[in-house]
Design a protein around this ligand. Structure first.
Ligand SMILES: NC(=O)c1ccc[n+]([C@@H]2O[C@H](COP(=O)([O-])OP(=O)(O)OC[C@H]3O[C@@H](n4cnc5c(N)ncnc54)[C@H](O)[C@@H]3O)[C@@H](O)[C@H]2O)c1
Length: 297
């Protein structure tokens, strides 16, 4: 495998593109939004700068990584000549089904189609595709260039051969792939999201404040980050979608999203990406805007 396409240049898509490009793959990064592509490329450049400053890569590595990425706003143009497509678009069932129907129509039948979905059924997605045995979940963790785990999800029809290829490809990226089966939330989010939801419920019930809840989990349970801050990093809209998928999939009230989470998403408080969630990131957003203007001038 030499050439891969990544659909979606948001939080995860730009991290996946960065990781593959740094390992020498040609990456075609596709997003319907020109602004999202620009933001994604700025994030990649910033993350590479941080790695150069730390001494973990050289300036040449940075230049090569960036030059391995080509951007597109049209999926049909972007997937030409790719051996693997990884979809990392917004977590929405209808959108993903539509994207995979299109990929089935425009890609050769030997192209492997992966999704980075956090919770949506791989089997349901694969049902849109001719040769569903080539559809697989490749669930990277955030931030992708740093996090070692890739949860590899086998849909009902995913073949052994495709699973083997994707497991070994993940290892080539320096990751640790872990194989799981296709049930709502898979393993990572089935365990993580109820904890985040409970932390939000604890705040909603007035048991403790944001900082206190996160401090208890950081210092008491040795978590590197509190659950509310982690929710901000994941994106509150993403957390809500995952909880809804598990709530619908298991028909179990224990996965019902906390009303406070629903309200915050409706109010546009999505965490780091919107500038505010449980914490305020306005200063970070302001700094990003200034550096973008500076780069343009
Ligand atoms: N955020 C996380 O921590 C995290 C972790 C693991 C997996 N995921 C999963 O990764 C996927 C992406 O999440 P994200 O947090 O990067 O979302 P995001 O909102 O940051 O980015 C989504 C991007 O998809 C683009 N998009 C929407 N429709 C598209 C289309 N038809 N074609 C091309 N691009 C399109 C949007 O313009 C946007 O830039 C979701 O399935 C999510 O569940 C997220």
């Amino acid at each position: 495998m030499k050439q891969i396409a990544v659909i979606g240049a948001g939080t995860m898509g730009n991290g996946i593109a960065h990781t593959f490009a740094q390992s020498g793959f040609t990456v075609k990064l596709i997003d319907i939004s020109e602004a999202a592509i620009e933001r994604g490329m700025t994030t990649i450049a910033k993350n590479l700068d941080r790695m150069v400053a730390k001494g973990s890569i050289t300036e040449d590595d940075k230049i090569n990584t960036i030059s391995n990425i080509i951007t597109y706003t049209d999926t049909k143009d972007g997937v030409v000549g790719c051996d693997l497509v990884i979809e990392a678009a917004t977590e929405n069932v209808d959108l993903k089904l539509k994207i995979f129907k299109q990929l089935s129509d425009i890609c050769d039948h030997n192209v492997i189609l992966a999704t980075n979905t956090s919770s949506i059924s791989i089997t349901q997605i694969a049902a849109q595709v001719v040769h569903p045995e080539r559809v697989i979940g490749m669930h990277f963790m955030n931030p992708v260039p740093i996090m070692k785990l890739v949860e590899i999800i086998r849909g009902y029809n995913t073949s052994n051969e495709v699973t083997k290829i994707i497991m070994s490809l993940s290892e080539k990226l320096g990751k640790t792939p872990t194989e799981v089966n296709d049930y709502p939330g898979f393993v990572a989010n089935r365990i993580l999201m109820p904890m985040i939801n409970e932390a939000i419920e604890t705040l909603y019930n007035g048991v403790a404040g944001v900082a206190e809840i996160d401090t208890v989990m950081k210092l008491g349970m040795a978590h590197p980050m509190g659950p509310l801050q982690l929710a901000d990093f994941i994106g509150l809209d993403v957390c809500l979608s995952i909880l809804n998928v598990m709530y619908d999939g298991f028909k179990n009230p224990k996965y019902a999203p906390c009303p406070l989470l629903i309200n915050m998403v409706m109010a546009g408080k999505l965490g780091v990406k919107s500038g505010e969630g449980f914490y305020d990131y306005a200063e970070v957003k302001k700094a990003e805007k200034v550096s973008k203007q500076f780069m343009k001038s």
